[in-house]
Ligand binder design. Structure first.
Ligand code: 4AD
Ligand code: MG
Length: 431
């Protein structure tokens, strides 16, 4: 027997035809002489009706024994029926239970903790299936934009010997008697590769040991990082704007049905169009002060300030030229204000926080050494990184997108862990 996916039935392509469908029992209702089973596959859910009079005695006995999540294959006729979810049902003629499931532990109204402990099973829920599909489109469209714009996809090591981002804590790993770290960013191994390829990106996990138990932090998150030669601060911001708007347009188009099912207007993503509004760090601080926040120049823009800056916006906001004290040593100094770097963050609307951190990179080896001396760090650790500036140093910039956080904003998720199949947070490493 050949099989079709359920969405074809729901699209009305097979009315009146005999079809084969296989999937898992999503819900089941048993009546006298009749069993109603909702079947699920990756594409959707359809009602099947198994009448005692329409199938063999054996098949009917099996249907009566089935529990939720049993794996079945059915053959039957498609009928339009307004009462059925999705508007169609399959009137079953043959049924084979390929696996009788045990009593499924997940039932309605269970605690978030219980669902997280049973993530390996919760994965099958409509909610998780939808999130995973959007996640796929986010990854796909990011790659599409970058490839179409001449970027090569490459990789960087996860075991590293130096710190990448100040402030974010490192996970230490025992490495054959040596101490190594799990990388916080692929940036430093991406930069040398642009001397070979000019435009490069990587899509990989980054690891952060911050103890911050906020709804926006994972200890392992998916980081899309790009580096581009011949690209200055303005070019870097334009790249970020185009990438983010491309991803939003793609998700709005390709996942329209899912968005509507999750009660999110696709318009919310469609209106994310490049360019975004830009605000200097100076102006952002003044704005927060005027709104009554106790913050002074030199402090980082954290949750409260982010909320003030983005709560009434319906698109992304670029904040640029942060003070050197709160950003990393590898950034290019701002010729118009020596207290700041040519860097930027990108804030999501509605208080979802920082989605991107980026900067023009310092391409002068001497200046990087100067930065390291100023902050009291040991230049020896960064020998190789500084070395790339000694042989044909080129103007370049780059940025890193927190993909899980972007998905969190797209789908209005309560917690960043809900955007990941198997989240890792300070308190969760199971399953
Ligand atoms: O701002 P960050 O720390 O920047 C860097 O790592 C740069 N080296 C990137 C680059 O220029 N190539 O991190 C970039 C983004 C943040 O804006 C945020 O979206 C996300 O990574 N991020 C996290 N996402 C989830 N959980 C965490 N703990 C995160 N920490 C950062
Ligand atoms: Mg940052």
């Amino acid at each position: 027997m050949s099989y079709i996916h359920i969405d074809e039935i729901l699209e009305g392509k097979h009315e009146g035809e005999t079809v084969g469908v296989r999937g898992w029992v999503h819900r089941i209702r048993k009546q006298k002489n009749m069993v109603f089973a909702l079947l699920r596959d990756p594409s959707g859910v359809v009602q099947t009706v198994i009448k005692e009079s329409a199938v063999s005695e054996e098949d009917y006995a099996d249907a009566e024994k089935m529990l939720i999540e049993s794996l079945v294959s059915v053959k039957g006729t498609v009928k339009a029926d307004e009462r059925a979810e999705g508007g169609y049902e399959i009137q079953v003629e043959e049924l084979e239970v390929l696996h009788f499931a045990e009593e499924f532990p997940i039932t309605e109204d269970q605690s978030i903790e219980f669902l997280n402990d049973n993530r390996h099973l919760w994965m099958r829920s409509r909610t998780m299936t939808n999130v995973l599909k959007v996640r796929d489109e986010v990854f796909r469209s990011a790659r599409e934009y970058l490839r179409d714009n001449g970027f090569y996809e490459t990789t960087s090591p996860m075991f590293v010997g130096t710190m990448g981002e100040e402030g974010a804590e490192l996970f230490t790993v025992k490495y054959f008697g040596k101490k190594m770290y799990l990388t916080q960013t692929s940036q430093m191994h991406l930069e040398p590769q642009l001397f070979a390829l000019e435009r490069v990106f990587t899509l990989a996990p980054s690891f952060r040991g911050e103890k911050s138990r906020t709804r926006k932090h994972l200890t392992e998150y998916w980081h899309l990082e790009a580096e581009e030669a011949w690209c200055d601060h303005d070019c870097n911001i334009k790249r970020q704007e185009e990438l983010i708007s491309h991803m939003c347009q793609s998700v709005a188009t390709k996942c329209e049905g899912i968005l509507k099912e999750m009660e999110i207007s696709p318009e919310r993503l469609f209106r994310i169009e490049s360019p975004f509004e830009r605000m200097t760090y100076d102006k952002a601080i003044e704005y927060c002060q005027a709104e009554g926040l106790d913050i002074s120049w030199g402090e980082d823009i954290r949750t409260e300030a982010e909320d003030i800056l983005t709560k009434d916006r319906d698109s992304f906001l670029v904040i640029e030229c942060y003070p050197k004290e709160i950003k990393s040593f590898y950034m290019k100094h701002n010729p118009e204000d020596p207290r700041t770097y040519l860097n930027n963050d990108l804030l999501a609307p509605e208080g979802y926080g920082e989605i991107i951190g980026g900067s023009q990179r310092e391409d002068d080896a001497e200046k990087i050494l100067e930065n390291l001396r100023r902050i009291g760090d040991d230049p020896k650790k960064y020998e190789w990184y500084i070395d790339i500036r000694r042989y044909g140093s080129v103007v370049h910039s780059g940025f890193g997108v927190g993909l899980d956080r972007l998905i969190m904003w797209m789908l209005k998720l309560e917690h960043i862990r809900d955007s990941v199949p198997f989240p890792r947070t300070v308190t969760r490493v199971y399953p």
